[in-house]
Design a protein around this ligand. Structure first.
Ligand SMILES: *[C@@H]1O[C@H](CO)[C@@H](O)[C@H](O)[C@H]1NC(C)=O
Ligand SMILES: *[C@@H]1O[C@H](CO)[C@@H](O)[C@H](O)[C@H]1NC(C)=O
Ligand SMILES: *[C@@H]1O[C@H](CO)[C@@H](O)[C@H](O)[C@H]1NC(C)=O
Ligand SMILES: *[C@@H]1O[C@H](CO)[C@@H](O)[C@H](O)[C@H]1NC(C)=O
Ligand SMILES: *[C@@H]1O[C@H](CO)[C@@H](O)[C@H](O)[C@H]1NC(C)=O
Ligand SMILES: *[C@@H]1O[C@H](CO)[C@@H](O)[C@H](O)[C@H]1NC(C)=O
Ligand SMILES: *[C@@H]1O[C@H](CO)[C@@H](O)[C@H](O)[C@H]1NC(C)=O
Length: 337
């Protein structure tokens, strides 16, 4: 039987489409990157007259740098201060010294936070270092899924404490090492480096390093360090026991949300409801109060702006048809056999 009998055409093309679905997905992805990503980036642009970048940082609404350009709330949570005298310019939360390195419309924000550092003599007495370090944030909680509290040192007890709603908490970890030979690169297993999880709902924290034991290892590694860090952004090395390879600040991911009510409550007042775009949906925050907005499936852009979400579906079908046409012209179906 000939492959080219009309009755088999449908079957072949259906099977072909099934078999090549994976390949097609990859091609479509490439097409998406070409045709969708660029317009989506343009769509994410800010209200008229509002700058959308500060140095390397993209600042999408509800964040903004000048009055009228950010969503207003009691803390000015969405205000970003851009210091243009620095080269390249750097972005800061509010008028604080907390530097912002990335803002994502997915509800994440990356800031830089200092490490606590404590150095001790062999008798265990503090000799130098800012034994405490803190981050104070009025609104956005530290992501408990994306960060780890980390301590580096030999004979180190590091604590993190902070506020959790109306309560306070303290947790931490212990790192020991008898000799450098027991330390393994890339592993925070309690030998030279330890990690612990961050509780849910933490908005501010203080880190401290406790007076270590009276031990001779302190003559080799007198300093201990404690910091909160984006989990994927830190890879322990034995070199860190000396001076943290010269790093003093680490990226910390915060979860941001709008308002303090749930989606259901927020929708009752359309004058303050932040998901202003048609084809946007509301998602209750999973870490702390408030909600965030997202474009409905098949739409992309900035859900916090009027008409911010734009359809990608037409582009999808257009790409699909182009792909089919391409295959018919090239007669790709013979690859099946
Ligand atoms: C910008 O940074 C410079 C250098 O650190 C500092 O002197 C200046 O006060 C900053 N400007 C603002 C507006 O924060
Ligand atoms: C910013 O954050 C988003 C979401 O977390 C991530 O996909 C993106 O790669 C980040 N960009 C940079 C420059 O780190
Ligand atoms: C530390 O240990 C040494 C010898 O093990 C001892 O001489 C010294 O008194 C100790 N110092 C303290 C502060 O305990
Ligand atoms: C971490 O470092 C170790 C050794 O230094 C290396 O083998 C590993 O691939 C690194 N991991 C990451 C995620 O960079
Ligand atoms: C860890 O890696 C550094 C260089 O990346 C190396 O100098 C050091 O010896 C390694 N330490 C261990 C314990 O393997
Ligand atoms: C909606 O919010 C605005 C601003 O907070 C307020 O003035 C108004 O009374 C609210 N409307 C209702 C129906 O709650
Ligand atoms: C997008 O919004 C328009 C206008 O409100 C509506 O007609 C359409 O059904 C929406 N599409 C989806 C997929 O929700």
């Amino acid at each position: 039987m000939s492959l080219y009998q009309p009755s088999y055409q449908g079957l072949i093309s259906t099977r072909f489409l099934e078999i090549t679905k994976k390949a097609m997905d990859i091609r479509l992805l490439a097409l998406f990157v070409m045709f969708v990503a660029a317009p989506a980036a343009a769509l994410a642009s800010n209200p008229v007259g509002c700058a959308s970048t500060c140095g390397d940082v993209v600042v999408p609404f509800p964040f903004g740098m000048t009055t009228g350009c950010y969503l207003e709330d009691e803390f000015n949570s969405f205000m970003i201060t851009c210091n243009n005298t620095l080269q390249p310019p750097e972005a800061f939360l509010w008028q604080s010294n907390v530097q912002v390195t990335n803002i994502s419309l997915d509800g994440e924000l990356t800031v830089l936070s200092y490490s606590a550092r404590g150095c001790f003599d062999t008798a265990g007495a503090a000799i130098s270092g800012n034994v405490e370090a803190l981050l104070r944030l009025p609104k956005f909680p530290v992501s408990y899924t994306r960060n780890k509290f980390t301590a580096v040192g030999c004979f180190t007890t590091a604590l993190i404490s902070g506020s959790l709603g109306v309560h306070t908490y303290t947790t931490g970890c212990v790192s020991l090492c008898d000799s450098i030979d027991t330390v393994a690169n890339g592993s925070c297993n309690g030998i030279g480096c330890c990690q612990s999880s961050i509780p849910q709902g933490v908005k501010d924290f203080t880190m401290s390093i406790n007076n270590p034991r009276n031990d001779s290892i302190l003559s080799t590694f007198p300093c201990s360090y404690a910091f909160v860090v984006e989990e994927d952004a830190y890879n322990f090395s034995s070199l860190d026991l000396v001076d943290l390879r010269g790093v003093s600040m680490f990226p910390v991911v915060l979860d941001w949300a709008v308002g303090s009510e749930t989606c259901e409550e927020a929708k009752t007042n359309q004058s303050t409801y932040a998901c202003t775009s048609v084809n946007s949906t509301c998602i209750d925050s999973s870490n702390g109060p408030g909600y965030r907005c997202s474009c409905s499936s098949g739409y992309e852009g900035n859900p916090y702006l009027l008409d911010g979400c734009q359809g990608t579906i037409s582009v999808y079908f257009w790409s699909l048809n182009l792909f089919r046409l391409f295959n018919n012209v090239r007669g790709f179906s013979h690859y099946l056999y």
